[in-house]
Write a protein that binds this ligand. Structure first.
Ligand SMILES: [Mg+2]
Length: 311
């Protein structure tokens, strides 16, 4: 879940003037820019949806659907509303410019464009858009462990639940909580407590298979979303992480082991499946693991019964 600068940026030009398409493809073409084009608003919107360009250059004056209508449609669609748009306009009033900015246009370039200026504005828009994407990603990361945070897990659970419902696939969830974590903090200090959280996060990530999504749920609580996975396979992942944490010998206190408890549930365990019920089932299995003495994996059972995987 890290952002990296794109090797090549795709720019979509929506303009009814064939000359603009010709000029732009020659003048903007370079090692890192690919220019694609549409000569009317409707086709342009379609291409924005299917090609997900990094930037749109949008002509204001077009027959049938003008630039303002196109921009409004792009903004109303979740698939396109984050794509930055630079307006291209011939004769424009201040009112037009203000309206364009209010609708979310990133920049405004007069026609006919000075290509050196347009190029500079395109680069600047691409840079801003990249930074915004990076910020949005960062907002979903836990600063201490580098795993996804609570906002990220909520988002991914929604996506994966929708996918599994649509394609009738299984979905499992592991909820995990470090045992007696408060006493670790109290005895060895918060810096060591943080080191334990970081280590556990890395064991959790290592224990996951490709496609599993490990997150920090909050405090000393962690979660793993396991798409297309039945409960027993999810339990194997949990057991692997449980055993690897228990085996860690800590330099600060070699005499003391640190353990975690795990609750595992899958959609097939819950009646009338929903995200809330899946989380509740995994949570209640986790509490059962705590009650039974911690350092164990407990599986939610279909009728609400639970059983223990590890003693
Ligand atoms: Mg035009």
């Amino acid at each position: 879940m890290t952002a990296s600068a794109p090797d090549k940026s795709t720019i979509l030009l929506i303009d009814d003037s064939i000359d603009m398409h010709r000029l732009l493809s020659v003048r903007l073409r370079g090692d890192h820019l690919e220019i694609i084009g549409a000569d009317n608003g409707l086709d342009g919107i379609g291409m924005a949806r299917t090609r997900s360009p990094d930037l749109i250059l949008l002509d204001v004056d077009m027959p049938e659907m003008d630039g303002f209508e196109v921009l409004q449609t792009l903004r109303d669609d979740a698939a396109t509303h984050e794509i930055p748009v630079i307006f291209l306009a011939g004769m424009t009033t201040t009112e037009d410019k203000v309206r364009a900015f209010e609708m979310g246009a990133m920049d405004f370039v007069s026609k006919p464009p000075d290509f050196a200026e347009l190029k500079a504005r395109v680069r600047s828009a691409l840079r801003i858009s990249f930074l915004m994407k990076m910020l949005a990603q960062k907002a979903r990361l836990d600063g201490l462990t580098g795993l996804g945070n609570r906002a990220y897990i909520d988002e991914r659970l929604n996506e994966e639940f929708a996918q599994s419902t649509r394609h009738n696939r299984s979905l499992s969830l592991i909820m995990s909580d470090l045992d007696n974590f408060k006493s670790v903090n109290d005895t060895y200090g918060h810096p060591h407590g943080d080191a334990v959280l970081i280590k556990f996060a890395s064991l959790l990530a290592e224990g996951c298979r490709e496609g599993d999504i490990a997150c920090r749920y909050g405090g000393e609580e962690f979660a793993v979303i396991l798409p297309e996975t039945e409960r027993d396979d999810a339990a194997e992942v949990a057991e692997r992480v449980r055993a690897s944490l228990e085996a860690v010998e800590w330099l600060v206190h070699p005499e003391r082991r640190i353990t975690a408890s795990f609750g595992v549930a899958s959609l097939s365990c819950v009646e009338a499946p929903s995200i809330e019920r899946l989380v509740a089932a995994a949570d209640s299995a986790l509490y059962a693991a705590k009650r039974k003495g911690r350092n164990r994996v407990i599986l939610a059972k279909p009728e609400g019964r639970r059983f223990s995987l590890s003693a």
